[in-house]
Design a protein around this ligand. Structure first.
Ligand SMILES: Nc1ncnc2c1ncn2[C@@H]1O[C@H](COP(=O)(O)OP(=O)(O)OP(=O)(O)O)[C@@H](O)[C@H]1O
Ligand SMILES: [Mg+2]
Length: 375
């Protein structure tokens, strides 16, 4: 039987849990002439939601073309322009006349289109002689989309990456183009909250107030619980309600971890799953990941490692500078604690969840947190 708990970002509608209101919010923003920012911690489901949105647009037979551009691995403007063009080529791989139009629009930069010998899919190659050419190509791509015969939605995933580009203020470049476009709407997606907030909410930055925010939090526990039950049952297995409760608590209802544990339990269980089965399998899954956890250790100082362990043992910490926390785990001075906290947040090992009246700190990787708790 096929495992219904998907671990890749493209999830079919029937195997996709909830996100109804976020989906509607995004849909209504980008189909009403506005742009959206989608922010959440890593592995919460941003990319999955973008794919789900694009599927929904197709299902509803809306006459809109959608493009997904992942810029996570890009280092500079050239990579950005290439990733953007490639995303369009991929979306139109079966529409050669449209691709020819794209080539023409890109124009002077001698773009060439070739076809993969094995798969037959088109591949674009671009070469640039100067920085000016890169920026001109970018402008041409935007023009191509602006003049397309259907409305267009572009999602830039891991958008904060543009801040890594050297020698160009990409936010200003993009803002200049984007504010002129009428046929194209954007979703800017990212997991580095501080950076994303600075880009879109800081009055001194080019993107200030130009988008509507959509915040992606955890899926509601009751909805996730109902979903897990349904997927086990409709795929020939029965799971005790205590086991489902355990899964959601153990994984803190953080999408990727919940999906992973459910996937593992589904794969390694008989027809009836008890609380004891779920506990055993969760422990097994942690030991399978142990090599990765031990690798973290080699990257950290002893002080950082112990600090992380302290946060894990607490589950979450509200006041990492309080004398109670400092003395319980022999952390030293509040300044020391602040320094450790900042360095581990910077390394994405601690997640700071900030709400109106409090900041709460967690070990970012939920499985690592559970493992640290017991080791
Ligand atoms: N609503 C959902 N229902 C079921 N599975 C989901 C849902 N959303 C996401 N997932 C699963 O959770 C995992 C993480 O999702 P996704 O990759 O979309 O997160 P992300 O926020 O983009 O993460 P990152 O910041 O690391 O890119 C994926 O394996 C995906 O299959
Ligand atoms: Mg993602």
């Amino acid at each position: 039987m096929k495992n219904p708990f998907v671990l890749s970002p493209k999830v079919d509608k029937e195997l996709f849990c909830d996100r109804e209101s976020e989906l509607q919010d995004l849909l209504s923003i980008v189909t009403n002439g506005a742009n959206a920012t989608l922010i959440s911690p890593r592995r919460m489901g941003k990319t999955g939601l973008i794919y789900r949105l694009f599927d929904e647009i197709k299902d509803q037979k809306m006459d809109i073309d959608t493009f997904y551009v992942d810029i996570y691995a890009t280092q500079n403007t050239e990579d950005f322009v290439t990733a953007f063009a490639e995303a369009i080529v991929e979306a139109y791989q079966k529409k050669i006349p449209v691709l020819k139009k794209l080539l023409k629009a890109i124009g002077g930069m001698k773009p060439t289109l070739s076809f993969d010998k094995l798969t037959g899919s088109p591949e674009l190659s671009l070469s640039f002689n100067s920085d000016d050419e890169k920026l001109t190509t970018l402008k041409n791509i935007f023009n191509f989309l602006e003049n397309h015969d259907k409305p267009v939605i572009v999602a830039f995933d891991e958008f904060q990456q543009i801040r890594e580009y050297k020698g160009v203020y990409m936010e200003a470049v993009l803002r200049t183009h984007i504010q002129m476009l009428k046929n194209v709407n954007f979703i800017f997606c990212g997991s580095r909250r501080h950076m994303m907030i600075d880009m879109f909410i800081n009055a001194r930055k080019p993107f200030y107030c130009s988008t509507m925010p959509v915040n992606l939090g955890k899926i509601d526990v009751d909805k996730y619980s109902e979903f897990i039950n349904r997927l086990f049952e409709s795929n020939g297995k029965a799971i005790e309600s205590e086991a489902v409760e355990f899964i959601l608590d153990f994984t803190r209802c953080h999408t990727f971890y919940t999906q992973s544990l459910c996937n593992f339990i589904f794969q390694n269980s008989k027809r009836n799953i008890t609380l004891a089965d779920a506990r055993n399998l969760a422990a097994q899954l942690l030991s399978l990941n142990e090599t990765i956890f031990l690798q973290y250790r080699s990257l950290l100082t002893t002080q950082q490692w112990n600090f992380l362990k302290a946060i894990a043992k607490e589950g979450s910490v509200l006041q990492p500078m309080s004398s109670k926390f400092l003395s319980k785990y022999s952390i030293g001075t509040p300044a020391n604690s602040q320094r450790l906290l900042s360095s581990l947040i910077e390394k994405d090992l601690i997640l700071d969840e900030i709400s109106i009246n409090k900041s709460e700190y967690f070990v970012y990787d939920v499985f690592f947190s559970r493992w640290l708790e017991n080791n």
